[in-house]
Design a binder for this molecule. Structure first.
Ligand code: ZN
Length: 274
């Protein structure tokens, strides 16, 4: 990377709202630092549960144009996070493993992997990121689209002519998830509505395996404002929005990553060493 080349961070996410939950603080921080932040979102999020948003119409009316609505929500969320170069691949949300939408021919998981890899590789060659961020091989929590997004990101990095120096997987330290469970109880949310112990075992990363902890405490408000833009999302988003403001900075003020291939420890910046 030459000194005058603008730094670029490229994130590959599966659905609208994943960018906020996992990496909203990271996006806001680097956007503020003048980094060219590129967000690739693979699907339009058509399969998730739908929250009541009366001004958008009835549930059925929302369902009928859900992808379109969620793309608009994503764009609004990105406006709130900072300048973000949003690239929509426009695939159809596959839904959770075992659900009928998983078998639909148009589902992201049933589309050509090579085609998706080629499209992301072209974006890498155009934007020349030094750092790429995506999920680990379990897609963080096992959603088929997240696993697919991981595979696409990893293969696209290999296929692109431009060599991105670093690849990171977003991660949640087990200690933080366990702490969240305890706090959930204090604020009247059932611990299992937050994360069950089994889920924490499955999706949490051993603290010692975390290579990079990013201080995003100054961006927690923006992260939540962006999360609120995803008005039709239910479930996890809603659970996070129930976290009282007084503890948000503590609970959400650090975003954690694992450097693919290892070789790092105690990093505080994704561009460290570049
Ligand atoms: Zn997702």
């Amino acid at each position: 990377m030459t000194g005058d080349e603008r730094r670029c961070l490229l994130l590959v996410h599966a659905h609208p709202d994943d960018e906020c939950l996992a990496t909203g603080g990271t996006i806001a921080r680097y956007a503020d630092e003048g980094v060219h932040v590129v967000l690739v979102t693979c699907t339009n999020g058509e399969a998730g549960e739908i929250a009541d948003v009366p001004e958008l119409g009835s549930r059925d009316e929302i369902a009928a144009r859900l992808g379109e609505i969620r793309v608009e929500e994503l764009k609004e969320a990105c406006r709130r996070l900072g300048p973000v170069d949003v690239r929509l691949l426009g695939y159809h949300d596959s839904g959770m493993a075992g659900t009928p939408s998983n078998n639909a021919p148009e589902a992201f998981v049933n589309q050509s992997l090579d085609e998706a890899v080629g499209r992301v590789a072209a974006i890498i060659d155009e934007t020349r990121p030094a750092v790429i961020v995506t999920y680990n091989e379990f897609g963080f929590y096992g959603h088929p689209d997240h696993i697919r997004a991981h595979r696409v990101a990893v293969a696209a990095r290999e296929e692109a002519a431009h060599r991105a120096s670093k690849l990171y997987y977003n991660a949640a330290p087990k200690s933080l998830l366990l702490q969240g469970r305890e706090m959930a109880e204090q604020f009247g949310v059932s611990p299992d509505d937050f994360f069950s112990l089994d889920e924490i075992e499955r999706i949490g990363t051993e603290d010692a395996a975390i290579t990079t902890a990013l201080d995003v405490s100054a961006y927690v408000d923006r992260k939540f404002r962006a999360l609120e833009a995803h008005r039709t999302q239910l479930g996890t988003t809603e659970a996070f929005l129930r976290i009282p403001e007084s503890v948000r900075a503590m609970a959400m003020g650090t975003e954690h990553y694992v450097l693919a291939g290892g070789g790092a420890t105690g990093e505080t910046d994704l561009f460290e060493g570049l």
